[in-house]
Every structure is written in C-alpha cells, then in structure tokens.
Design a protein around this ligand. Sequence first.
Ligand SMILES: [Zn+2]
Length: 316
Amino acid sequence: MDDTRHDDGIHTIDTHYLRPSFDAAHLVVQDGRAAFVDCGTAHSVPHLLAALTAHGLAPTAVDWLLLTHVHLDHAGGAGQLLQALPNARLAVHPRGAPHMIDPRKLIDASIAVYGAEDYARLYGDLLPIDAARVSPTADGERLALGSRTIEVVHTPGHALHHQAYLDHAAQVVFTGDTFGLAYPPLAVQGRPFALPTTSPTQFDPQQLIASIRRVVALAPRAACLTHYGRIGDIARVGDDLVRMVERFTDAALAVADTAAQDEARVALRSALRAIVLAEWRGFGATGPESLLDEWAGLDFDLNADGLLAWCARRAR
Ligand SMILES: [Zn+2]
C-alpha cells in the first residue's frame, strides 16, 4: 500500500501524479472523522478513496478537503473528490475559492500552457464545485475535525492563494509548496534535502521568506509537504530554504538586466542548477548529478520562469 502510517493519525498518500513519491495528499483521522489535505488531480481520486477504505473509513466520514492552494497538482481533482465525499466541505484561501467554484480560468490557463491533449492526460477534467460547499478561510481561522483543531495559516510567496494548516494535536504543519520540495531520493542519510519552488506566476521572494520563517516559528515537530511526505529538522530546512531563495533571487537579478529573455532563461536555469547542486553537495550528497536532474530538472525550468516573471513585475 502506498501509504506511510504514523501514530498521530496523519497518513501520506501517493497521488500517482507524474511518478511515485512526487505528489502527496495527506489524510488526517480523528475520532472516526477524516480530512484530506490536497488531493492531486482527477486521476488521483481513486487512490485517495482506496486509502480511505484501507483505513476503515467510509466516504461519509470525510468532513474536509483542505487545499493549500489551487495549482492543479494539489487541487485538480477537488471536484471529483467532493462528488465522492457527500459530507465534505472544501477549505481554500479566499483568492483561490472563486477558481474552484468556476474553474474556467484555471482550465484555459492550463490548456494554454500544456495544450488540450496533455492537459487531459495530466489533469483529467476540472469540475466546478457548488459554492455552498466551499469555505474561504481567513488567516488564523480554526477548523474542527472531530476533537482535533486545525488552524489556517496564510502563507503567500509561492502563490498569493497559498495557505498552510497547523494541526495542533500532532504539532504538524501541512505546508503545500511553501516549505520547499523534499524529494525522498535526494535525502542524505535520512536527512531531508529541500529546495524552494519559485514557479510562475505569483512567486514573490520577500513573501516566501516571511512564510518560511512563519512555518519555522510555529515550531512544529514535522512538516507534511505535497512534494513529498513528512519531514523533520524544520529549523535547519527553513534556514536552507531562505538561503536558497536569496541566492535564486540574486541570480535572477543578475541575468534579468543583462540578457535577452530567452538567453536569460537558459542562463538562469543553469545558475539555479549550480546553486542547488552546490547546496546538495554541501549537505553531504554523494549521488550522481543525474539524480538531481531526474528529480529537480523540471523545477529548475519552472523556478527560472517564476523568478523571471517576478523580475518583470518588479521592473514595471
Ligand atoms: Zn504550487
């Protein structure tokens, strides 16, 4: 079973988006009630429902789908999942809520990026969600799951519609894309190695650094990342992420002013790869560079795009 059990009622579920151990949803169980944090795509929904069954839970036991943000690898399957969970409500940042109720803009934007064929292959269909089932959540808002309290923590930076969730009972925070990407194969002797995600179109370094520091200040025992799974060593990972965001930003500013856009993109991707490789080596990694490219290669592209988009916004 593609599920990692812990003793605090929090379970990591592989959504099977793109490849194994790349994209997670989390299942929180308390007093026979359940919540999902993020849900992958429409193609992920059968895996999430199978995980419920494996934990002896009926679809009627799910009270919440808690979205960290409305990027499709986190939220694409929300409509299909809610159809299967008759009692569940959707918690989502107020900036993301309209796009879950009427996904037309998300669909159009995704088709513009991927083309209609790849969009369908990657994400399936994006279904609208009845506004009556959607709870736009304020910073600091507390949600009940049985006797457990889950607190909403707005964490802009990766996107303006991003929020994390602090599980008070477990002292675990669900960080979506705010607390970096820690792919399990890049860990060194069991210690997580995380790199920031600065993808388009709303990445903002100051906001992201503030949100990373806010997560660290919550002093959680662990963070549950969408990419991928549960990590500890929060203060150290937070320092690493802040340093890398700063180095990424410096690299972006250095190329943005000096080169044409397509040249800037190639130069920046190369600079980001060099920064992350040096960080990984400095962390003690001895694996081949091809392992870093295999897992983070797509992120070097997306991060370069997001950083250049930020530079362009800044220049205006
Ligand atoms: Zn994202």
